[in-house]
Every structure is written in structure tokens, then in C-alpha cells.
Design a binder for this molecule. Sequence first.
Ligand code: CU
Ligand code: CU
Length: 651
Amino acid sequence: MPRKPRARLGYRVLRFVAVAAVLGVAALINIPLGVSFARDQLLTWKLDSQSYKSRYGHWSTLVLPSQYRVNAIHAVLLRTGKVLIVAGSGNDRGNFDARKFESLLWDPATDHYQLIPTPSDMFCGGHAVLPDGKVLIAGGTQRYEVLAANVTRAAGVVTVKNENPDLGPIVLPEGTRFVAPDGLAFRSTATVEITPATQVVWGGHTVIVPSATQTWVEAVNEGDASVLTHETHLAIDAVAGAAQHNVYAIAQSLTRAKQEYQGTNTSYLFDPIAERYERVSNLTLKRWYPTLVGLADGRVLAVSGLDGFGQLIQGTNEIYDPATKTWSVAPGLPRTFPTYPALFLMADGRLFYSGSNAGYGSTSVGRTPGIWNLADNSFQPVSGLRDPTETETSGSVLLPPAQGQKVLIVGGGGVGQSPLSTSRTDVVDLTQSDPHFAPGPLLQAPTRYPGLVITPDDDVLVSGGSEGYRGEGTATRPGNSDLPYSYLYDPRANTLTKVADSHVGRDYHSEALLLPDGRIATFGGNPLYDSTGKRPGVFEQRIEIYSPPYLYHDPRPTISNAPAELPRGAPASLTMSDATSVAAVRLIRPSAVTHVTDVEQRSIAVGFTQHGRTLDLAVPGEPGLLPSGWYMLFVTDGRGTPSMSTWVQVP
Ligand code: CU
Ligand code: CU
């Protein structure tokens, strides 16, 4: 714990005197190196001083033993207080080719580490924490991207059609040849099953609806001669004779363009008690970069992603039912979003899309913020967002307390590798009948990939990020544009206050989350280039920990006894170790974060009346506000100093 005894102040004064002496000697004998050393010592002395830390907080860096250093792509706080850090292949092609998939369990209370056997490449999947505290992880990486320079054969997706209701199913093995009228030949790269056409009775007539199945093909010959850029009918070698009229393929374009990452359909639960993965039924679609959002009834909705061919999924969304451990297509809910859309469960069960997203998607479709009503699939756009074309790689958070139903959006940039980024923060109040974004304060610099973390005293820590795409240098920040700035956003005053700078840059593939003791941990960072702006960047594997100012305000209130379960809308009480005046009680749902997307974290105010050491609690009743699951219960005193949290389950 960063709480520092006052006795150390004497040592600090001594050290300051020593540093001043070095400065003095350096001045007398004129050693410039000594001056710079002394200046660093002075800065360190300032950052370590109790008065500085109690105003601005303090960052410290955790260097992991080498065997536990993994590329943190996903980070989830478990009900045990441990953090599940999922790397999968960790955006490392060598790992992927070697099928080296990693997860690390870190206990921040003890700094104990443990590698977890990881059965598939969960890199860039989605996750949600279920009511029982297990983590549902779905999708991930089937194949890495192939840059245009490495695409030697024209390739792409073809649609195999079967117009015959009596023919099939037909299995087309991997390597099946597809031939264009001019003789150009392609072959498939996976086995695919073609179903018969279906017959539908419509208006008294029987109509035949051909089946349509997508598969990936590549040219038999290398080079540009096999490139197809217009719609082309392909005959399938494996289909003989007359059946070729009924079963054929249509190609739209088969080119040597860059091939995107491809998704998987595998799905797992991580059990925080057994500390291992358990396979559950597959997603109905392969998904890479999906968002998984928990619904008010405990089911989970999976939205967007790239499919098994690296194409953006066009509106097919699906639901996981914890009771059956199965995924099924959500009927009547087609809606297209860019990848990793930020979707927040509202108190009334609707979903708010802040506009934040990360990675891939159309420049126009699905980028408008709004309220998605799952009851009728309607979508009410929310206007007023400044820099509306710069929502990619922005951060969003349901502001504390969640009863306010306000969402903050922070920073972001243009689509893809755009050089544009913004310092805008905007806030929307979803309790209004026609909500609009209103301006928030500006960040010190335009920021992509900001980490946003709710604190127990109702602020939001904004930290990390970079000005350029994946830390790329900009006009104002050449070389590497990672930002050291941290701020506390105060939702009551709609203000940002600068706090201590972090020491480690965090950009793409980075995460930040609240720990059960009130500290904040940050992970990852995947810059395109190193600080020279020319050589490839190195994945950041250090963990950094921020201790907010409230951890330097002794003493902390202490919960001595809390119920294990807090049913919604039911009376409950807890006991404090003394009669310190309590100002607030919060239930904070732990983070599950990847790609600046964390739709899990939320802080719910719990009403209370205090008699001495006892607090009688009024737990909110709405499942959209307080979904079932495990929460950190924090009690905060009148100076904003939180207790250590205690874990409670909302059944
Ligand atoms: Cu402490
Ligand atoms: Cu990614």
C-alpha cells in the first residue's frame, strides 16, 4: 500500500539537503553532468513528496519477472481480486505461427503471477463478465493480416450458390477449383458445405430461394494476371455435368490487396475460482473485434467484428444465454456498427452507443451515437457530439454514479490511419427525453486510446493514449506521440484536473482498470514505431500503478462486516470498524477492457442511513442500473477517502 508514514519526511528533507549540496558543489566545480543529475533528483524528490502525492497522486512501475511478461491485449478484474490479462498471440505473428497463446493471472494484492494455459488465440476477441463471475470470451484470431506486398496470388471471397432444392448438401473440400469463363483458375482454402436451395410458398406460388455460402479462394497462378475486378461467374470443378447450371460461384473481386485479420467462432468461460478456461458452444459467426455487452437479464449480446474472411459483419448480432451456454442469432436485431462499438446498458434496459469504436468499419455506417432499443430494434440518434468524425479510438464511460445516466466520450481520431485526433471531451445526459451531447473540458493534447477508470469517489481517471495513430509521430510530437498526461475528470463540475504524469506510454492495445484497494493499474501499449519513428515499436510489457490522492489521506474508513449478497431492492446493512462519518457507498462493477473499450465498469450509488458503526443500505432495484454480478463495495468518507473494497454478489 502506498500509505507512507510521516516519519519518512525527515529522510526526505535530508535527501533534499544532500541534493542541494550536490547542486552547490556542481556549481563550484562546474560539472554540467552533475547539474542534470541533481535536477532529476529534485524532480524525483518533488514527485515522491507527501504533499505532491496527496494533491496529484503517484505512479509507480511494476517490472514483471521475465517469464511473466505478456502482451496485454485484454484485462479483466475477477471477483477474486486478481486480474486476468489475456494476450493470446499478443499481436505477434511469431507467437501465432508457433500457436503460442498466453494468459497471465496477476494478484495485485501480493504481486503473485501465474501463467494460464490458453486453448486458442483469443487475441482481439470480446468479453463480458457473467452474473456468476465467470468471464465469457468469444471470438479471436483465425489468421493474421497479409499486407499487400506479401499477397502473391489474387484472392478473396466468392459466394457459392445452389439453385436446386434437391441437390445437396455438397461438401467442397479444401483445394476445390473454381474456373472463370476465360480459364483463370482459383482454389478454395477451406472445406465448405453447400446446402440445397429452399422452397418457400409465397402468395400461393412456390418460390425457390438459392442457398448462398461464402468461401475464400486464391489464384492457382501467382501474379496480376489472375486479378478479377468485376463480377464473374465461376464454374466449380467438383460439380459434374448438368448440376453445374445449378451450383456455381460468383466472385465480386479477387485481388492482391491487403487481406485483413480473420475472426474465429470459438467461445470460452474463464472460471475465476478454478482459474482455467472452459470451452462453450461456438458463436454463430466468426468474430474479430466484437463488443460483448451484458444485458439486464444476464444474457450477453455480441455485436460487430470482422468475420472469417476479414469482412466487417453486416448487422448480424447474437446472444449468449448463460442458462444453456449457447449462442444464437438475435432475431430482429440487425444493426451494423464499426468494430468494438462502445455500448452501455441503460437503466431502462436500452443500449447507448457513444460513437466510440476501435479498428475497422465503414466511414459512414454505424458511426452516429444513439440509443438502441432492443425491444423493437429502433435507434434514436443523439446529436451534438463535437468532432463527430473522430470517434475511432476514443474512450467512453458511464459516469459515476450510474444513476445520473451520463456518458463521457474522450478524445479519438479519424477512421483508420488518419492523422486527425481530437482533444474533445463531451457529455450526454441520457435521462433527458431528447438527449444531446454537451461540451466537456478539453484535454491538453489531442488523444487517441485514452484509458478511463472510475474512482470510488466519483471521478474518472483519464490517462495514457497517444496523439497519433498507434503512437506515430506528429508535427508537434515527432518520433513517438505517446502522452504522459493524466487527469481526474469531475462529473459534478464537468472539469478536468491535471494530476501526476505517468512514466510509461500507452497507446494501441492498452488497458486501465480500478483495483479492489482503490489503486489503478495500466497495461500494454503497442506502438507502430519506436521513439525514432523509424524502427518497429516494441510491445510495452510493464504494468504501471496509479495511487490517487485519496490514498495519501489517512486514515481510510474500514468496512468490518458486509453481507456476501446484496439482492436488488432489498434491505441490507454493513458494519464499519468505527463511527467515521460516511459520505457515500458505491458498488463498482469491475472492468473488462480491451482496445479502449470497457462497457462493464460502472459505479452505482447505494442509499444509506448511518447509526454509529452501522449503515442500513438501500440497494437499487433496477437490473439495467445494477445488473446481476460481482461488485466491489466501497465506503467513502467526507474527504473522499475510500475504504478498501469488499466483494459482494448481486444475485
Ligand atoms: Cu494505501
Ligand atoms: Cu487489436
